[in-house]
Write a protein that binds this ligand. Structure first.
Ligand code: KIV
Ligand code: ZN
Length: 387
């Protein structure tokens, strides 16, 4: 099987649904260009029928971006698809992402309908969109909780109708990784002509499983991951682009590759955080402030002897300048000496022992010791020497 996994970025659609994170057209273009430089394969630029602003942004992104496919989301409705076709008219490469609920929960409570009816509407939407755009992705919403044989029937029918990509969303983030992987495997083994389409995974993070589920999906044959920068998105968010990309890059044994230029990950993460006014949690994998920070003495000592004792990825690989040694009351002499020497403060072993006592008292008080504090500690030793 081909080892290339397509990265479908939905920061500007599912990500932008986060309350308070809406961007204007100029900001969306800035993000889209940054995503292009990052190397994403598909940019889901918005849901054009939702507002005139979203429509205009898709038009402008289509003009500005050359390489990635530009995708527009629709429901399985004629008016949505017509508007999406119009919004994509300047895109060099375009895709329509249409679909409908697949779980009984959605069929009954959202649509007050039947399996037969939603299947028919899904097939109709693919056939209708296909008249205007060649590349059609179909989403079977809430596939994670859908009846599996029915899901397989739906996927088979939309592929026959012309879908080029079939998206199997875990819309509510409920599925366990093993189970999600098995669903993808089942579809690969039971859907006629499944090889005519790419299987896509779209996972939400309600139980903190979005990344694990996406990886389970590609390990079982999916070849597209839908994700967002910093994992932003509805409720607890979507799969984090940076996490899935770095998992595939680090675990060579998976034999899965993406076209992402990982060195652009951190700059794009900062850009999205700044424009969306949404802080990244400090302990966020890959892009959080503490992702490459070492603060306890045992870790600092090991890290200073060999970086890989406590780091599985090189920060430079994701565009972070350097790992951080944070000086706290849990730090040891090795870290203190290292930082002092970086600042040009060379001291003997005896002086280090002496400074370390003052350092611990200070660290208990200030929590994080900074370079100015170290200057004061060093000055104390120097003054003593001069006397
Ligand atoms: O979570 C979901 O099911 C979605 C679809 C619209 C693809 O975002
Ligand atoms: Zn979603």
């Amino acid at each position: 099987m081909n080892d290339k996994v397509y990265i479908f970025d939905t920061t500007l659609r599912d990500g932008e649904q986060v309350p308070g994170c809406q961007l204007n057209t100029r900001e969306k273009i800035e993000v889209a260009l940054a995503l292009e430089e990052l190397g994403v394969d598909i940019i889901e630029a918005g849901f054009p029928i939702s507002s005139p602003g979203d429509f205009a942004s898709i038009v402008e992104i289509s003009k500005a971006v050359s390489e990635p496919v530009i995708c527009a989301l629709t429901r399985a409705k004629k008016e949505d698809i017509d508007v999406a076709v119009e919004s994509l008219k300047f895109a060099k490469r375009k895709r329509i992402h249409t679909g409908i609920g697949a779980s009984d929960m959605h069929i009954k409570h959202k649509f007050n309908s039947t399996r037969e009816d939603v299947l028919e509407r899904g097939v109709w939407a693919v056939q209708y969109a296909k008249q205007f755009v060649e590349d059609i992705e179909f989403y079977a919403e809430d596939a994670g909780r859908a009846d599996l044989p029915f899901l397989a029937q739906m996927v088979e029918a939309v592929i026959a109708a012309g879908a080029t990509v079939v998206n199997i969303p875990d819309t509510t983030g409920y599925t366990l990784p093993w189970d999600y992987g098995q669903k993808i495997k089942y579809l690969r083994e039971n859907v006629k002509n499944i090889d005519k389409a790419i299987i896509s995974v779209h996972c939400h993070n309600d139980l903190g499983l979005a990344t694990a589920n996406s990886i389970a999906g590609v390990m079982n044959g999916a070849r597209q991951i839908e994700c967002t920068i910093n994992g932003i998105g509805e409720r607890a968010g979507n799969t984090s682009l940076e996490e899935v990309v770095m998992i595939m890059k680090s675990h060579k044994e998976l034999d899965l590759n993406t076209g992402i230029n990982s060195k652009r990950i951190y700059p794009v993460s900062r850009l999205v955080s700044r424009l969306m006014r949404m802080r990244v949690q400090p302990n966020k994998a890959i892009v959080g402030d503490n992702a490459f920070a070492h603060s306890s003495g045992i870790h600092q000592d090991g890290f200073l002897k060999h970086r890989e004792t406590y780091e599985v990825i090189d920060p430079h690989d994701v565009g972070v300048d350097n790992s951080k040694i944070v000086l706290t009351a849990r730090s040891g002499r090795a870290a203190l000496k290292h930082r002092m020497e970086n600042l040009g403060y060379f001291i003997s072993k005896e002086e280090l022992d002496e400074i370390y006592k003052d350092y611990l008292v200070l660290a208990d008080e200030v929590k994080v010791v900074n370079d100015d504090h170290l200057g004061v500690l060093y000055q104390k030793i120097e003054t003593k020497k001069e006397k």
